[in-house]
Design a binder for this molecule. Structure first.
Ligand code: DX5
Ligand code: ZN
Length: 214
């Protein structure tokens, strides 16, 4: 499985050190959680931090926007150095337009679904997507408990991807640890996001390697 460690659980006072660790590690991407205090009940980081991370990161940045009106920031997300731009379906009434704008800006387009948002809503867009991010917690905080229903959603999404000839990867975010990582991989997950499990472990680099080996 590909691993996208979430820097939400990194040590922000030593962020450069933690990014260097991710550069050395088997992580395939670096997951960056942006929160606005409106779409989700928390505020995290914004463009200056993404730019600083992009300057030293040697892995693609996987930027997960937990914000309202994400379409307003396509150019800024690209200029900050993102390779992947994840927007939530719940705040994207003109999702096709937003996805085209992300791709025209030269980024890979990903759409994120909250735990209670049905996979079926992606039927008419999934062929256009590079990745679908399924939330396995309600977004806003690291360290929450895995919501097991995502396993059904992964299987449903996998079928939809096959039926539509989509090349989209399936990414899962929230509550990933040694046990849940195996469960999501068996269900068909391609990319696991992990925050507290990686950065809360005694040897984050080894923990990333253990996830990548699943
Ligand atoms: C939650 C974020 C996640 C978070 C995951 O709103 O989108 O990316 O960092 O943290 P863990 O892995 O601790 O559940
Ligand atoms: Zn995230």
């Amino acid at each position: 499985m590909l691993v996208s460690p979430s820097i939400l659980s990194a040590d922000f006072a030593n962020l450069g050190r933690d990014i260097e660790m991710l550069n050395r590690s088997e992580a395939s991407m670096i997951h960056v959680d942006v929160m606005d205090g409106v779409f989700v009940p928390n505020i995290s980081i914004g463009f200056p931090v993404i730019e600083a991370v992009a300057k030293i990161a040697r892995k693609p940045l996987d930027v997960h926007l937990m914000i309202v009106e994400p379409q307003k920031y396509v150019g800024q997300v690209r200029d900050a150095g993102a390779e992947w731009m994840n927007v939530h379906l719940e705040v994207s009434p003109h999702l096709d337009r937003t996805v085209q704008a992300i791709k025209q800006a030269g980024m890979k387009a990903a759409v994120t679904l909250n735990p209670a948002t049905p996979v079926a809503l992606l039927k008419d867009i999934v062929a256009e997507l590079d990745m679908v991010l399924l939330m396995s917690v309600n977004p806003g905080f690291g360290g929450q408990k895995f919501i097991g229903n995502v396993l059904n959603k992964i299987r449903e999404l996998k079928s939809l991807i096959t039926e539509t000839g989509s090349h989209a990867l399936i990414e899962v975010d929230g509550g990933i640890n040694a046990t849940t990582a195996v469960q999501v991989a068996e269900a068909g997950c391609d990319v696991a996001v992990a925050g507290s499990y990686v950065f809360g472990s005694p040897d984050p680099e080894a923990t990333i390697a253990s996830l990548a080996a699943i």
